[in-house]
Design a protein around this ligand. Sequence first.
Ligand code: DAH
Length: 340
Amino acid sequence: MKEKIEHILEEVEKFTAQSKEQVEEYRIKWLSKKGEITQLFEDFKNVAPDVKREMGQKLNQLKTKAQDKINELKEKFESQSSTVSLDVDLSLPAEPIAELGSQHPITIVKNEISKIFEDIGFSISEGREIEDDWHNFTALNTPEDHPARDMQDTFYIQTNPEIVLRTQTSSVQVHLMENNKPPIRTISPGRVYRNETVSARSHCQFHQIEGLYIDTNVSFADLKQTLLYFAQRYFGAETKIRMRPSFFPFTEPSAEVDISCTLCKGAGCNVCKYSGWLEILGCGMVDPQVLTNCKIDANKYTGFAFGMGIERIAMLKYKVTDIRLFFENDVRFLKQFKSA
Ligand code: DAH
C-alpha cells in the first residue's frame, strides 16, 4: 500500500495539464468513485493495525494534494478560457456610432423660425390640438354658418359638435388674450387638421406658426417690418416682401404676404409659376371685435397677427415638391436633414 501511495503521490506532484479536459481526466482517474485514491481508502480497511495510523496520514495527505492540484489547474484553465472567450481589447477606442438620428425637417424649420422671433422678444406658447368651437371659430369672428368656415373643412368630434380638431393655430391667440394682459408678444407653433384630400400639395394634418403682438400703438407698419425682418433672416438679406390685400374674419385689414422667389430671385421660374413671388403667410391687424371677444379693451389696444404653414416654408427652403414626404417618415428622406 505504501508503494502505491508513494507512486501516486509522485504522479500528482509531477502532473501538469495541457487542457481543462486533461484535468478532468485525472480527477476521474484519482478521485472519482472508482478512482485510484478512492480505491486506496477502500483497501485501508484491511491494513494491519500497527501501520494504520501512518498509512491513514499518508493517504489523507495524498488525497488533499491531489484535490489541491486538480483545483489549482482547473482554476487556471477557467480563468484563461474566460478571457479568451471575451476576446475584446478593452483599451481600444469605441466604434463610432454608425447611424446618428436626425431631427425631422418640420422640427428643424419650426425651431429656426421660432428662434428668429425669439430674438426680437417674442415668447413661445402652445395651445391644444383638440379645441372648442369658441376658440377655433366663434371668438375669431367666424360664427356658425359663416361662409369662412367652408375654407377650413373641419374634423368634428362625432359625439360633440362643439369640439373640433383645431383647423388653425389662430385658436391659441384667443387663449392668450383671454388669459394675459397686454403687452402680449408671442408665437405659437403647432399641428392643425383639415378634412382635405391628401395630395402632393395638401394634407389632412400639417403645422402652422401663429404670431400675435398686442400693445398700445401697434401699427400695420410694425407688422410689415416684423415680417420683412423675418423673411430676410430666414430666406436671405436680398429677399423682398410684398403684401396683397386679402380677407380673414379675425383681422382688419388683412393681407397675404409673398416673398421674392428664392429660386429665380424674382426673374420667373416654374416654382413661382413665372410670377417672381411665393406666398408664405396670412396676416393683418387684429379685428377690434376679436379683442372685445377676448376681454381686451379695443379702445386702448391694437395688435397684429400672422399665421404661416411650416410645411410650406420647409418645402420652399428644401425644394420639396410633395408634402406627403413629411408624414411618411421614410428614413431615406429624413436622413438628408441635419439641424444646425
Ligand atoms: N389662420 C389662417 C389660416 O389658417 C392664417 C392666418 C391669417 C393667421 C391671418 C393669422 C392671420 O393670425 O392674422 O389660413
